[in-house]
Design a protein. Structure first.
Length: 254
């Protein structure tokens, strides 16, 4: 079999030309396209990885901020709770103080009312006792209560001694005004004379005396001059009795 080398050479040349043409116009564009595609995919993957990393960073930052917010919220809630508790304690303390003050004021008011009532009862009792004593002495004796008080006062003047007598004598000597005799009743002329005589005899001098009625002296009579005083009153005895009753009542209350 004969080989046609011309044909073989022509076909080889055609193959080479075809291979070059395919490489030039087919394989190279395809390879370039594949390389560009791979490059694009790699870029997209890198961009996706970057975005993923950024998203993770944003997520971590958001979580960190969320944790900080939770901590701040817990701190604010704790602070608000403590402040509310402190305010509640303050208001309760003020309320207790106000209640204690109101109770103390009420107790003081009740105490004052009780004291005023006691004073009113004592005053009314004294008045009633004086009235009863006056009527009883008037019924049982031939002299009135006022006359008897005058006699007792005259006797007291005559019985003055010691420091009381000296002080009253000095007061009578240094006073430029007459001695004042005050009583709840109008002293009769006879008793005025008796009082005048008892003063003259007691102090061995002519004592000037001025008489005056004083309703505030409950069944009593007093002599005052230059700051010194001599007095006698049923109220003195009742006051002593009232003090004793008060001490006994307080002792029983304790």
């Amino acid at each position: 079999m004969l080989i046609d080398w011309f044909t073989v050479c022509a076909q080889a040349i055609n193959f080479l030309i075809l291979a070059w043409l395919m490489k030039r116009f087919l394989y190279k564009p395809v390879l370039d396209a594949i390389a560009a595609r791979e490059k694009l995919i790699a870029a997209e993957l890198a961009d996706a990885a970057a975005k993923k990393a950024e998203a993770q960073k944003d997520r971590d930052e958001f979580q960190h901020k969320n944790e900080e917010f939770d901590q701040q919220r817990a701190a604010l809630l704790s602070k608000a709770t403590d402040e509310a508790k402190a305010e509640r304690e303050r208001l309760l303390d003020e309320a207790r103080k106000a209640a204690d003050a109101l109770s103390a004021k009420r107790q003081e008011t009740l105490k004052n009312d009780a004291h005023n009532l006691d004073q009113a009862i004592a005053r009314r009792t004294r008045e009633e006792v004086f009235a009863v004593a006056r009527k009883a002495l008037g019924d049982l004796a031939t002299v009135s209560l006022e006359e008897r008080i005058g006699e007792v006062f005259t006797r007291r003047l005559r019985e003055l001694n010691g420091k009381a007598k000296i002080c009253l004598a000095d007061a009578l000597k240094t006073s430029s005004d007459p001695a004042l005799v005050r009583s709840t009743f109008e002293v009769p002329a006879e008793q005025r004379a008796a009082i005048q005589n008892s003063l003259n005899e007691t102090f061995s001098a002519e004592v000037r005396v001025r008489f005056e009625t004083a309703p505030d002296l409950i069944s009593g009579i007093e002599l005052t001059t230059n700051g010194e005083k001599v007095a006698w009153s049923i109220a003195d005895y009742l006051t002593s009795m009232e003090k004793g009753v008060g001490e006994l009542t307080a002792k029983q209350a304790k």
